[in-house]
Structure formats: C-alpha cells, structure tokens
Write a protein that binds this ligand. Structure first.
Ligand SMILES: [Zn+2]
Length: 319
C-alpha cells in the first residue's frame, strides 16, 4: 500500500532507499520547484530594519524576517538570512544592535534562516538551536521534491548549544525557547519574548500564503497544525507573531492559517491513507476554495497539494 502511493509520487529514491534523489517530471503548474524558484525574487530586496518596540528590531529582506534584541547582555538575534547576502545582513544587524551579535538563535536549519551563521559566528556570535537543526546542518541533505541538495555546513557555522525547552533572561527580557514535534522540519524552535509580547515562529506560520512543509526532513501537515496550536496557546490576544516570511501576524491571522491547514489536511489525509494516486488527489482539487486567498506566495494550490501529500506519505512510511 505504501509502496504504491510512494511510486505514484515519484519519490522512490528518498522514501524507499535513501539513494540519490531522482529527477521528477511534474507539470509546471503543480511543480513545487517552480515555487522555490520564485523565492529568489521574493528574497531579492535589500535588508531593512525597523524598530519593533521593547528593545526589538525587525530586520527584513534577504531570507525573511529576523529579530534583534538589544541590551547590556549583548545583542541577541533570531535567524540569520541567506548565505550569499550574509555581509549585508550582518552589517544591518550590527548597525541596529550597535555592535556584533552575541547570541544567534536559528528557528530551523533551512538556508534562508541559517545562511548567515558562518558570518555571525566569525564575528563572535554563539549559535543556539534544536539538536535536530544542528544535525541537519552537520550532514549533506537532499530534497527530492525540490530536486535540491544541501551540503553540510562547516563546524563553526553549526549551533554550539542545543536545547528543546529553555527559559532565559537576556537584556531584561524573559525569553522562552521551545521546540515543537516535527512540523515544518524536524527541528523547529519557537522564540517567545514574554515582556514584549512577541513570538518569532520561524516557518511554522506563513501569514496569508501556502507554506512549505519539508517532507525531506520530517515535516508534515499534522505537525504543522500541532505547532500552530502550541503558538496559539502561548499567545495572548495582542501578541505579535513574526513568521519567517511575510507580514507580521495577529492571533486571528494565525487562527485563519490553522483553519486552512486543518481543512486541507481533512481532505488530503484520507486520500493518502487509502493510497490514492497523486493525480487523483490533484484532480480532487482539495485546496480549490482556499486558492484565491493563499496562493499569492511561493506555492499555488496544486503545488501545495503535492507538498502536503509528500509529507503525509513520508509520515506513513515512518509509522
Ligand atoms: Zn523553512
């Protein structure tokens, strides 16, 4: 049963044997790779900083949304942007912080969040992340759905300290760091600035656009829903939620994102469980009524459907 749906997806190299990924030939309109190519345009803008209140600065641009917390203990930063823009990001961050970043927290291993690690580490930053994030950065990785490979990062660009839950006092803030079970990846970390009432959620939330869910490293839609539920538990009515990409979200925005995920999951999961071929799942148009609102980002409905199916197939293959 599993084998049939896996073969229907064309993911044999990854799922069954762990071999080199095989080229896939999806129609352009449903090929998630087309969405990933768009990311180059999405991430092309310059690094910009804006005061975010309570000692925080929001840094947006090459790689997504990063946060910097200033103070006497040394600047603390969430996520590090793209590697090929690392000098620009570091310069913007240091200008906002008034000096080198002391502590860098990675929300997960993806290159748009850890690409600047080497530059920040060489400037003296200590890097914190989940153990799974460190592990992913320490080994070569293949993503068959996107036909991309990622070489291991050099040791100095990997997190020196790993954690799953921690409460830290830093720069007068009370910061809760909390890992969630596999969701967007297998090593996602939520960072809650309690006093500022701000949560950086990495790529667990995408405000108004279909998200990536990385099946090649444990990501799956059920985990995304559970991760979003944890964010909603931590949040208060006025909490500002900073996703890794896109506009800052309110609690209502996150609830709308959760509702979209839950409905799409309710439609797709039974089809994957009964080994329906991917073409049948796509033909059922399980995202159709959401597409007008949610397909303005990297992925349209059919691409997101493939992403969701890939994650569910991988999940089934592990359990
Ligand atoms: Zn990501």
């Amino acid at each position: 049963m599993r084998r049939r749906s896996v073969l229907a997806l064309g993911l044999t190299g990854c799922v069954l044997g762990g071999r080199t990924t095989q080229a896939q030939d999806f129609p352009k309109e449903s090929d998630p790779r087309e969405g990933i190519l768009k990311a180059k345009t999405f991430f092309a803008g310059p690094a910009k900083t804006e005061p975010f209140g309570a000692g925080l600065t929001l840094l947006t641009g090459p790689g997504g949304s990063m946060l910097i917390l200033n103070g006497q203990d040394g600047p603390l930063m969430i996520d590090a942007g793209l590697a090929d823009r690392a000098d620009e990001i570091r310069a913007a961050a240091e200008k906002a912080a008034g000096g080198p970043i002391a502590v860098l927290i990675n929300t997960h291993w993806h290159g748009d969040h850890t690409g600047g690690n080497l530059a920040f580490a060489r400037a003296g930053a200590k890097i914190l992340a989940t153990a799974a994030c460190k592990q992913r950065l320490s080994e070569d990785h293949q993503n068959p759905l996107f036909r991309m490979s990622y070489p291991a990062k050099p040791p100095e660009a990997r997190p020196g300290l790993t954690l799953s839950v921690a409460e830290i006092q830093h720069n007068g803030e009370e910061i809760r760091l909390e890992a969630v079970a596999p969701a967007h990846t297998d090593g996602d970390l939520i960072v809650h600035f309690r006093k500022a009432d701000v949560i950086h959620v990495g790529d667990l939330v995408n405000n108004g656009a279909y998200p990536n869910i990385d099946a090649s490293c444990g990501g799956w839609i059920g985990g995304m829903i559970a991760g979003v539920d944890r964010i909603l538990q931590l949040a208060g009515p006025k909490t500002r939620i900073v996703p890794g990409h896109g506009p800052v979200a309110t609690v209502d925005d996150v609830r709308a994102f959760r509702a979209m995920l839950a409905t799409v999951n309710d439609r797709i999961a039974p089809m994957v469980a009964s080994s329906r071929p991917i073409d049948e799942i796509l033909a059922a148009k399980p995202t159709a009524d959401f597409d007008a609102k949610w397909s303005g980002g990297l992925f349209n409905g059919p691409m997101f459907t493939r992403i969701v199916v890939a994650g569910l197939v991988e999940k089934h293959s592990r359990t």
